[in-house]
Structure formats: structure tokens, C-alpha cells
Design a protein around this ligand. Sequence first.
Ligand code: ADP
Length: 361
Amino acid sequence: MAEVSLRQLSKVYAGGVEAVSDVSLDVTDGEMIVLVGPSGCGKSTTLRMIAGLEEVTSGDILIGNRSVVGVPPAKRDIAMVFQNYALYPHMTVGQNMEFGLRMRGVARAARQQRVADVAGQLGIAELLQRRPRELSGGQRQRVALGRAMVRDPQVFLLDEPLSNLDAKLRVQTRGEIAALHRRLGATMIYVTHDQVEAMTLGDRLVLMEGGRVRQVGTPREIYDRPANAFAATFIGSPAMNMLSGDVRGGQLTLSGNPIRRPVAKSIADGPLRVGIRPEHLLFGSRPGVVSLVELGGAEVVAAEYLGHETLFRTSLAGHELLVRTANPSVAIGDRVLLACDASHVHLFAATGDQPRVEEGP
Ligand code: ADP
């Protein structure tokens, strides 16, 4: 297995689209790193440059400390698993899986042994004689994974491998990929637009937007301390409530309503973005919670009962806030006091890249 490093990697496509801008990243040996972000943010282009399927415009890619820019894909010691499986339809599962080994001149007996081993690990040994069209989507994806595994590559690259599967199978296969990663101890770079998939699979996430990296961190780091308003709203479901606030002399207001949330004197007067996750909003005050911030009276506009919790849409001084709570005793039309623990109020600059506003001591 190997480390992968990207150094100021950029890609400008013919026609001038800058798909990837100045991406630097160190993936450690054995890590599962997930490139995540909305469609068109440059995830696939980044992965395809690592694979050697796309030329690099500038910057460098190192696999195990060796620069691979200019090295053909077959010589990079990587294996890629695609969304559409890319299996050869006229070959059996076994032939598909051993194809890469055959191209490398591995002897027949060794190939078959290796295919049998991997098929056993993936639970597809009984499928080796079938053709891809005789398989379900989940089985095809397993064969595609198997084909990558037989070569025992230094790095696995996975491009939205679950997106053609139905919801239930996606969850199951996601668990299998996580288990496979643990068992193989392999370096894996995984691309998805699905933040839940990213959160559940990644040791670390690389959050991308518009070709640039907006934050790198463990799922928990990004959830707890999003580096900017984009990270705050992209990670977490339902998304973080984002309100327009204002600071005047250390006092935060929302639409002119002061909320009892003093902010550090180091924060300059002016507009701010104020983020609060739906799961951190409370109805009413909580005696004993010292750091409680009361946001003010809100009206309950809609409710979605989900069994284990309810999502309430509320309106507070012209702001819409989603509240996620296990307490369903509130009804549409009720007036409620919205509150939140002060440590769960995130502040971001209102301009530029909207970075997190740090409150000094
Ligand atoms: P993602 O994988 O995050 O959806 P991509 O890496 O596929 O994003 O695309 C990033 C940007 O590059 C998009 O604006 C896309 O339209 C553009 N793009 C992708 N492939 C090509 C190509 N072959 N030629 C020109 N532009 C492309």
C-alpha cells in the first residue's frame, strides 16, 4: 500500500473550464479518504488525474513518493472502480476478474488461484461462470471490486461506486466496502456527492466546491467545526440553518432582534452568517443549562413526523428554521420559544469565502 500526495494540482480542460484548482492533499498509507462535494466540483477529474486517465495541467501527483505525472495508467499500480462497473459483457465473471492479471502475463494457475481467493472473500465464488448481464447490480459492483482486488494494487480509486444501486443495497454495499477497507488495510480514494456516504465511509473527507478544497478533516471535525459556511451547510442532514445576523458592540442580532448571545469583542461590527444545526435547536428554555441562548418566539409552520423524531419548520422574525427533535408535543400554529446551547451557534463571515469567525478568549 502507499501514500498519495497531490501538490498544487490543477486541471484546465480544453475550452477553458478550470475543473480543479490548486489542490494539495496528503493521503496516508491505508487511509480511506473521500472526495465529496456537489456535482461538477472537480471530484472525478481529481480522481481521473490520479489514475492517469486525465492529463494534469499543473502540479504533481506522488504515489508512494514517486511522481506519476506522465506515467501511463497501467504503470501506476492503482485500480479503479467505476460507477457503471465497466465489465466486459462477453466475458464471464471469472474472465473479467482475471483480465488485468492476464494482461500482465501472470500464469494461468496463479491467476485462477488469485481469482478464487478474491471471489471467496467477496462471496461471489458461485458467480464466476456467469456473464455480467446475468447478475444483479449489487453483484456486478462486487465483481468490479473483485477485479480491482485481484491485482493487489497500491491504491484503490472508487468513483461513485454505489450510485447505480437502489437505496437498500447502497447501504449494505457501503458497509461491505468499509469492512473490505478495514480488512485489506488498503489506501482508498473514494468519490461521492452523497454526504451521508462520505460521513460513514471516510477516515477523512476532502470537501470540494468549484474545483477547490474547502475543508479537509474527519467527519466529526467537519461536523463540529465547519471551516466555512459551505462546509457547514453541505455536511449534515437536514442541512444547518443559516441566518443573516449582525454584530454591534459585541451583541448579536437577527433581523434587528437582539438574541442573548454575546460574541467576543474581537469580532468587528457588521453582518455575519449564523449557523445552527436543526438537531441543536430546542423548544423552550432548559432550566440548569447555563449557556442557553434564547433566539426568541417562533411560529411552527409545518411538521414532518418521522417516528423516532420530528422535523418542525418554524418561522422566527422572518427567518425559517428547521428544528429536529424527538419531542413531538408541539403542533402546527403553536408559538414556541427557540433556544440553543451557545456552543452550537456557528458564526461565519458574510462575505468572500465565508470563513468561520473564530472567537478569541
Ligand atoms: P464532479 O466529479 O465533482 O461532478 P467533474 O470533475 O466531473 O466534477 O467536473 C468538474 C468540471 O469540469 C465541471 O464543470 C465539468 O463540466 C467539467 N468537465 C468535466 N469533464 C470535462 C471534459 N472532458 N471537458 C470539459 N469539461 C469537463
